[in-house]
Design a protein around this ligand. Structure first.
Ligand code: PEP
Ligand code: MG
Length: 566
């Protein structure tokens, strides 16, 4: 078995077709007729752009607009006056066009590769694609025809370039294996968009596999099974069919309301980290955003984002959601989320230290600027504010005071905002669970953050494998916390949602329905699966399960029982 990075889910069973790299060898030489060479270069660029445009059109039709844009980006790059100008300058210095293209592309490739940033490094792959395309045209090299691959082909390439992807016929290519690329590389994005199982970064794939041999691509696990036995093929065929069946079933839930088997409706939101993710949430059929982690705005930079920058980001997300709810969590730094320029002192126990709402309340200017940015954005959609790591009522009160101060400032300046903006509490500490009755009297909503709630209730670090056996939302203590928080919220008539990972856990879903949760906020790829899992239960069935579970004494007992019913 070969191991790589699982980049596009699913199972591909088929025969290998290795796409060897084109040999683009040329001898760099000086030229005497500069004008003729410039004309040759410009004609090659025109052909490249025409060809790329055609490929983009194919991709647009077969896959989608976004994927086509990746290829259109190639045209923009080679037509960019800086890149093109530099290439032409080298030709004007009497170098052949191949050498000129090679040299300038290499400069860009080196520059992008050196950043270490996944997305920028991806642009290096784009420039390689442009270089090979233009030099190939200059040399008159025939392109490899991926579009001729027969049905049941597993494509094996060093690097899957966007231009190669354009030739892929979805019905014929059942799997993709590459030697390079990561989860976020264009190859991965394109493979996922084409819904072809893909395993990337398999070292030496193009040499250790041979064309025609049978392989199985497990895009979820990142495995490539070589020389599979009959039994294994039969086993994976079953898995593949089940996978495709489930996918079809999930797709049939797109656009449908989220409801239990008895028709009781729930809200199904997404967790996001950037305004762009709001698009993913909408594409995934999320009904809103239950948690916008704003830390991203503060990370990977050297200074605090300004109020205006934040306003733009929140407004952008809100506009993408077109009036659907957007719950913005105020800055949750400290613990595992470091922001170097804030100069936070190293702490003995950062998870119990000066972080999140505690830090914000002591840095009022910074906090107020975030709150003002959120308030200003609230004029553009249904925005709600949520405070993280609340452990005492005073923190909520102080946060609310600041919201009122920020509102007064905006009013004085004549700036629009939602006067009735809701202010909620992320219940993710043991203390907030215990005083949920008190908090519910002063909060407009709760959202249960089970990732931290589990850790703080069990006193078990969520990142420490040695105490992983304790870190489970199925622990009787955590279940009691969750039940209590929901009950306290309901008693005061405020909505209670959940934005921790447990909201997407199929075993938790009947329990949450029984406890009275009304909103589930999950990662975008989980939306349809959670909708399906919710649709399995009536409230009465969920109650019967919860009653049994809540009478159990250990996590193992709860888990074993839920295994039999979920
Ligand atoms: C949580 O704690 O459950 C949560 C959703 O927030 P984060 O994972 O950002 O701490
Ligand atoms: Mg948290």
């Amino acid at each position: 078995m070969l191991k790589g990075i699982g980049a596009s889910d699913g199972y591909g069973i088929g025969r290998v077709m290795i796409i060897a790299e084109q040999t683009l060898e040329y001898t760099p030489h000086e030229i005497s007729d500069v004008d003729a060479e410039l004309a040759r270069y410009r004609a090659a660029v025109d052909t490249f752009c025409d060809h790329t445009m055609e490929q983009a059109e194919n991709i647009r039709q077969s896959t989608g607009e976004k994927e086509a844009e990746i290829l259109m980006g190639h045209i923009a790059m080679i037509r960019d006056p800086f890149m093109g100008g530099e290439i032409e300058n080298i030709i004007k210095a009497e170098q052949c066009a191949e050498a000129a293209v090679d040299q300038i592309c290499k400069m860009f490739i080196d520059m992008f590769s050196a950043t270490g940033d996944d997305l920028t490094m991806q642009r290096a792959a784009d420039v390689r694609d442009i270089r090979d395309g233009v030099i190939g045209i200059l040399l008159g090299v025939q392109e490899v025809k991926i579009s001729d691959a027969p049905a049941g082909t597993v494509l094996v390439v060093k690097e899957l370039t966007p231009s190669m992807t354009a030739g892929i016929k979805k019905d014929n290519i059942v799997g993709i294996i590459t030697e390079t690329g990561s989860q976020t590389s264009h190859s991965a994005i394109l493979a996922r968009a084409l819904e072809i199982p893909a395993v990337l970064s398999v070292p030496g794939a193009t040499t250790c596999l041979s064309s025609g041999e049978m392989v199985i691509v497990d895009g979820g696990k990142g495995n490539v099974e070589t020389a599979p036995s009959e039994d294994m093929i039969a086993d994976y065929t079953q898995k593949r069919d089940a996978f495709l069946r489930e996918k079809r079933e999930l797709e049939s839930l797109r656009g449908k309301p989220t409801a239990g088997a008895d028709g009781i409706e729930y809200e199904l939101f997404c967790n996001i980290g950037t305004p762009k993710d709001a698009t993913k949430a909408m594409e995934a059929d999320g009904e809103g955003v239950g948690l916008f982690r704003t830390e991203f705005l503060f990370m990977d930079r050297n200074q605090l984002p300004t109020e205006d920058e934040q306003f733009e980001a929140y407004k952008q997300a809100s506009l993408i959601l077109k009036g659907k709810p957007l719950i913005i969590r105020t800055l949750d730094i400290g613990g595992d989320k470091e922001i170097p320029y804030l100069g936070l002192a190293k702490e003995e126990n950062p998870f119990m230290g000066f972080r999140a709402i505690r830090y914000c309340l002591k840095n009022r200017d910074m906090f107020k600027s975030q709150i003002k940015a959120i308030l200003r954005a609230s004029a553009f959609g249904d925005i709600r504010i949520m405070f993280p790591l609340i452990t005492a009522v005073e923190e909520l009160r102080q946060g609310r005071e600041l919201v009122e101060e920020a509102k007064a400032d905006l009013k004085a300046s004549g700036i629009a905002y939602d006067e009735n903006i809701q202010v909620g509490v992320m219940t993710e500490t043991a203390a907030s669970g215990v005083i949920a009755d008190l908090l519910a009297k002063e909060a407009d909503f709760f959202s249960i953050g089970t990732n931290d709630l589990t850790g703080y209730t069990m006193a078990a670090d969520r990142g420490n494998g040695d105490v992983g056996y304790l870190y489970s939302p199925l622990q009787p203590s955590v279940l009691r916390m969750i039940r209590r928080i929901i009950a306290c919220g309901r008693a005061e008539g405020i909505p209670v949602g959940m934005c921790g990972e447990a909201a997407a856990n199929p075993k938790m879903i009947p329990l949450l329905i029984s406890f009275g949760l009304t909103e589930f906020s999950v990662s975008a790829p989980s939306v349809l699966r959670v909708r399906k899992n919710i649709s399995k239960w009536t409230k009465a069935e969920a109650d019967a399960i919860a009653e049994k579970v809540m009478a159990m004494t250990t996590e193992a007992e709860v888990r074993a029982y839920l295994d039999t019913v979920v």
